[in-house]
Write a protein that binds this ligand. Structure first.
Ligand code: GAL
Length: 939
């Protein structure tokens, strides 16, 4: 096998370097998603033994090419590892711990948890012989973090940041016509952000195959200029040549509209780049009467780039883009396609309830739709580059984006990350601004910040001169970065005098990159510090911070400010300010971690959205509060609102622009109704009714979740006997599913320490104290004999392979923490003999049918604590003196099945994310709870 591999590698190189390369490469580009069927196991942060012996070898992977060890070796036995599909975030799977990180939401990962900080991923792929002569690469959208990737035992590189995509060319290492092994070691011990970041391969992975001459990584750049209903598209393509072909290639660029109709095309001929070099070809294309990309009508076009040689297409590359203009004006704010647009934005991190950072694509759409529904038109990727699917969702749904790099600086680490982000993202019409930093307290007020900003800003122009650059600034708005940044990013009104800054820098446009940081718990109307619940009325959160209404009024009233970005659209894990443990999520969101709206959503809908809105709060279930005064607020964009309690008017009030209305009402159960008037006419009403106790479970598919895909978001709630939603219900609901799987559960309670996921626990138990005795004949015992205790010697120690005994008996031990009857225990045997008989606690066990080197162990022959294993075997013989013989008998795998999926409702709601199995017609989700009528949802 080894010889074949080497021969093939040599052959492939011969072919690679030979004269005429293009003829062999009839196939164009293939991008194959390889998210499915990975093996995963935890390693260890500093104990190399527990890290499967990785980096223990005399030569490391950095010493000699191909000298990987431990799981990085192709032949490593990973049969006992967990099987999973990507995207995967192992942090969200862990329990919460007070010893874990505050900023990261107290999940038991990170440097204090060395056994949960290293994750190993392995996957096998077959690469056919026909691929010989193509460039084969692995493409990762993002791995958190500090990943090392190996391919067939070859070290490919380290990617420190958890936020950038990266690609490795593996062509030279491929085993054509056979199996290839991808191994990724992920080290999530260190934090990059001060917010939950997840852990593992949490974005997509692809296998890419191209011709030797191909469009380079993120190698297209499409810009447009619009004049008199005509768009002149500049389509730039960077070609890379990984072969020796010399001569011309043809580049044809075709623009398709959304229906797939060709609207422009152009063909150029350029000379192929030299070996391992790139060439850029720029084409101009005219699109007549273009349909512009806009927030309300996000029209997209596609550029199809084809590279042809001798009439054959050798690469085809698709670039989605939009035609639109953007402009910042220091007097009048932001303009999209010449029309003034006030930026109504939110900041967001990338995690979601139940699933952490491992978001299926459908959830990206779900979240962006929720924000749009609130009236928001802009999104700031705080504080790191997002996954490409988020940008795709923003392009397709019409959401403007500030794309932000992770760390400020002028060195390769910083500028290269910025460059990669910009090259990857610059064709997205949704992106209107790059952000090169946020609240860099060490430097933002001084000369160092000024210098770094100048460099990053100018550097960004060399990659994309069409968009401006901003930085979010918080410690005063006078000097340093503030004085040089192109678009001033004000983080919070309370941090400085915005008007004064603007008066000093009249030519510098500005926007509120962060505003709010208010605290609210969904469905809570009385702050309870003992329970860590913050009332959801929009009030000034801290002396130097302002309410959402105060913030919006400030920005709405100043035309020179392009708009504001609320901190944040959704709650996120970590930063549970103003509390700490056991609060695990933030309180800042307009929506909770699931996307259930807090009342602020209706304030924003009123003044950000276009539809008539009327919302009355709080709910009207205040048993025990009879006669006590309750604050009643309404959010609306009606001219007037009248409040009724049990049909009795409590007065009509005039709504002020960007305001809200308040009443004080003595609680009586019944119906609280708000009626909204426009031009004196009743146009809307909203009702809060006192409900009875919860009787039924209700499951509903979120109507926003219309993206065609296998993942759905299901809302779980309870209703009373009249079918009314019960806003105070906190029942625990248990779920089961057929035809799919549950990905995660959540409820928006910032103090919930319930599990986000219920997955089987896999523990790998080593066999210790492995000893041997020589036997005098080759026939293996069918029953274990008694062996003299003093005859056991360390197994394989000083073995003379030329003088082996006819057979050996080996003995080892393994410790089981528990031996519950529901456990599934297997011994994954690694060959230490030709013929083998295995005994567990003196019982002979048989290999399984599916794998002759796997023994499924009945728990009736096992016990808690120490167990023994005997292996009788005829010895393996060395063929060559230098053959390295296996001396490891294998590993015991204990699977403890997960409890059934469950979650408590929090103030009436919980959320469950489900994934339908492929090729299954219907997924059936069942929900039950004590004392409640069960529910079933079919999709
Ligand atoms: C800002 C910061 C955000 C978040 C927020 C919480 O200063 O930029 O990332 O930490 O404070 O209030």
């Amino acid at each position: 096998m080894k010889t074949t591999f080497t021969q093939k590698t040599i052959l492939s190189f011969f072919l690679l370097c030979s004269f005429h390369l293009l003829a062999q490469n009839k196939l164009g580009r293939e991008l194959i998603l390889i998210d499915k069927d990975w093996r995963f196991s935890f390693g260890h942060l500093y104990d190399t033994k527990k890290d499967f012996g990785h980096a223990e070898g005399y030569f490391s992977y950095l010493t000699k090419t191909g000298f990987a060890d431990g799981p990085a070796v192709s032949g490593f036995d990973d049969r006992a590892w967990r099987k999973l599909d990507l995207p995967h975030d192992w942090a969200v799977e862990q329990p919460f711990s007070e010893n874990a990180s505050f900023s990261h939401g107290f999940k038991a990962v990170g440097k204090n948890f060395p056994e949960k900080s290293i994750g190993w991923y392995r996957k096998k792929i077959t690469i056919p012989n026909e691929d010989l002569g193509r460039v084969i690469s692995l493409k990762f959208d993002g791995v958190f973090r500090n990943s090392k990737v190996f391919f067939n035992g070859f070290y490919l590189g380290t990617q420190e940041s958890g936020y950038n995509g990266f690609e490795y060319d593996v062509t030279a290492y491929v085993n054509y016509g056979g199996e290839n092994t991808i191994v990724v070691r992920v080290d999530a011990s260190m934090e990059e952000g001060w917010f939950y970041e997840g852990a593992g391969i949490y974005r997509h992975v692809y296998l890419q195959k191209t011709n030797l001459i191909h469009v380079a990584l993120n190698g297209t750049y499409v810009t447009s200029e619009i004049e008199n209903n005509n768009a002149v598209i500049t389509a730039e393509v960077k070609l890379e040549n990984k072969g020796h072909y010399e001569g011309n290639v043809e580049i044809s660029q075709t623009v398709l509209d959304a229906s797939g109709k060709q609207v422009a095309s152009n063909t150029e001929s350029i000379s192929a780049p030299e070996f391992y070099k790139t060439n850029v070809c720029s084409s101009k294309l005219n699109v007549k009467n273009p349909l512009l990309w806009d927030i309300d009508s996000p029209n997209l076009y596609q550029l199809i780039t084809e590279i042809k040689s001798e009439g054959k297409v050798i690469d085809q590359y698709k670039t989605s883009f939009g035609i639109r203009t953007i402009k910042f004006d220091p007097e009048n704010g932001f303009f999209l396609n010449g029309k003034h647009v006030k930026l109504k934005g939110t900041n967001n991190h990338q995690d979601h309830a139940g699933i952490g950072t491992a978001l299926p694509d459908e959830i990206q759409y779900y979240r962006i739709k929720k924000l749009k529904e609130m009236g928001s038109n802009a999104y700031r990727c705080s504080h790191h580059p997002p996954t490409p699917e988020l940008l795709k969702a923003c392009d397709e749904l019409g959401m403007l984006v500030i794309d932000e790099t992770r760390l400020m600086g002028i060195n390769d680490y910083h500028l290269n990350d910025l460059k990669r982000m910009m090259e990857r993202d610059r064709n997205h019409p949704s992106i209107f601004c790059w952000s090169v930093g946020n609240e860099e307290w060490q430097i933002e007020g001084g000369i160092t910040g000024e210098r770094i900003t100048n460099i990053m800003q100018d550097f960004s122009k060399s990659i994309d001169p069409t968009r401006p650059v901003t930085v979010g600034i918080s410690s005063g708005f006078k000097s340093g970065i503030s004085s040089v940044v192109e678009i001033m990013g004000y983080n919070y009104l309370g941090n400085g005098d915005i008007d004064a800054h603007r008066n000093q820098f009249k030519n510098q446009p500005g926007m509120g990159t962060e505003e709010g940081s208010t605290f609210a718990t969904r469905g809570i109307y009385f702050t309870d510090d003992a329970k860590h619940y913050q009332s959801a009325y929009d009030k000034k959160p801290r002396p130097t911070f302002y309410s959402i209404e105060e913030g919006w009024k400030f920005y709405a009233e100043r035309p020179y400010l392009a708009g504001m970005f609320i901190w944040t659209g959704f709650d996120y894990r970590g930063e549970p300010t103003p509390y700490g443990w056991p609060s695990v999520t933030s309180y800042f969101g307009m929506m909770d971690v699931c996307g259930f709206p807090k009342d602020n959503v209706f304030y924003l809908k009123s003044w950000w959205g276009k539809e008539p809105v009327l919302h009355v709060l709080p709910h009207w279930n205040w048993s025990g509060m009879e006669g006590k005064e309750i604050e009643v607020w309404t959010y609306s964009n009606c001219d007037e609102v009248e409040l009724f309690l049990n049909k009795k008017s409590l007065g009509k009030k005039k709504m002020e622009q960007n305001g809200h209305l308040e009443w004080k009402v003595n609680y009586v159960p019944g119906t609280l109704e708000a009626v909204g008037y426009k031009d004196g006419k009743k146009v809307l009403s909203d009702v809060q009714k006192t409900t009875g106790k919860a009787e039924n479970i209700k499951l509903s598919l979120d109507k926003q979740n219309v993206l065609k895909g296998n993942v759905s978001v299901v809302t779980v709630e309870t209703t009373d006997k009249n079918g009314l939603h019960v806003p105070t219900a906190n029942d625990e609901i248990t779920f089961s599913i057929k035809g799919g799987k549950i990905l995660g559960v959540g409820n928006g309670d910032p103090t919930s320490l319930e599990s986000d996921q219920f997955i089987d626990d896999i523990t790998l138990v080593a066999i210790n104290n492995f000893k041997e005795q020589k036997e005098t004949n080759a026939s293996l015992p069918l029953q274990l004999l008694n062996y003299a205790e003093n005859q056991w010697t360390e197994a394989f120690k000083d073995r003379d392979y030329k003088k082996q005994a006819p057979s050996y008996i080996y003995k080892g031990e393994f410790d089981l923490k528990s031996n519950s009857a529901s456990n599934m225990v297997s011994f994954f045997y690694k060959k230490i003999g030709v013929e083998t008989v295995v005994f567990i606690n003196r019982n002979k066990v048989e290999p399984s049918k599916e794998d002759t080197q796997k023994y499924i162990l009945n728990t009736s022959i096992l016990k808690e604590g120490k167990n023994t294993i005997h292996i009788a075997a005829t010895p393996l013989q060395k063929i060559k003196d230098w053959d390295v013989m296996n001396t490891d008998p294998g590993i015991i795998q204990v699977i403890t099945p997960a409890e059934p999926w469950k979650r408590k409702l929090f103030n009436g709601y919980a959320q469950i994310i489900i994934q339908k199995d492929e090729n299954v017609g219907e997924v059936v989700l069942s929900a039950s709870a004590k004392g409640l009528r069960a529910a079933i949802l079919k999709n």
